[in-house]
Design a binder for this molecule. Structure first.
Ligand SMILES: Nc1nc2c([nH]c(=O)n2[C@@H]2O[C@H](COP(=O)(O)OP(=O)(O)OP(=O)(O)O)[C@@H](O)[C@H]2O)c(=O)[nH]1
Length: 134
C-alpha cells in the first residue's frame, strides 16, 4: 500500500475567528470536496517547505516560517493509499488568497454553525482537533 505524505495549512484569521477552506477543483480526485489548502510533499522536502510552496502555488500567498506552527500529524487510510497529513497553523501571510487553480475558497467561521458539504473525511477530523488549539 503506497504512503502519501502531505501537508495542509490552517490559515487562521484570528480577528474573524475563521479558517480558509478550498473546494477541490474538477479533474482532481474528490472534486467538489472541501479541504484545507496544501498538497503532497516532494522528495526530501520538509512539511514547512512544502506548505510554503503549495500555498504560493494554489493561493498566491507568501508565508514565512515564524508565522507557522506545527500542530499535529494525522493518518487517513484511503482505498488507494495511506495518507499522512502534517497540520500546520498559519497565523500571518502576505497577499489576499486567490483561487489560482480554479478552486472555490471559503472563510469558514469557527463560531457559526454553517453547513459546508461535502467535506473530505479528514476535514471533519481536523475541525475536531482544532478545538484543542484555537
Ligand atoms: N490539501 C489537502 N490534501 C488533503 C486533505 N485531506 C486529505 O486527505 N488530503 C490528501 O492529501 C493529498 C494531497 O493532495 P493534493 O492532490 O491536494 O496534492 P497535490 O496538489 O500535490 O496534487 P497533485 O498531485 O494533483 O498536484 C491527497 O491524497 C489528498 O486526498 C486536506 O484537507 N487538504
Amino acid at each position: 500500500m503506497p504512503i502519501i505524505n502531505a501537508c495542509l495549512g490552517i490559515i487562521y484569521n484570528k480577528l474573524e475567528n475563521s479558517v480558509l477552506l478550498a473546494c477541490r477543483p474538477e479533474g482532481k480526485p474528490f472534486a467538489g470536496y472541501w479541504e484545507f489548502p496544501g498538497g503532497k510533499l516532494e522528495r526530501d522536502e520538509s512539511a514547512f517547505a512544502a506548505l510554503i510552496r503549495e500555498l504560493n502555488e494554489e493561493l498566491d500567498i507568501i508565508v514565512a516560517i515564524p508565522n507557522l506552527s506545527y500542530l499535529d500529524q494525522i493518518e487517513y487510510q484511503y482505498p488507494h493509499a495511506l495518507v499522512t497529513l502534517d497540520i500546520i497553523l498559519v497565523t500571518a501571510w502576505q497577499n489576499e488568497p486567490q483561487p489560482l487553480e480554479g478552486q472555490k475558497l471559503f472563510w469558514y467561521q469557527l463560531d457559526k454553525d454553517i453547513e459546508l458539504e461535502p467535506l473530505l473525511p479528514t476535514t471533519a477530523k481536523i475541525f475536531e482537533l482544532l478545538a484543542n488549539y484555537l
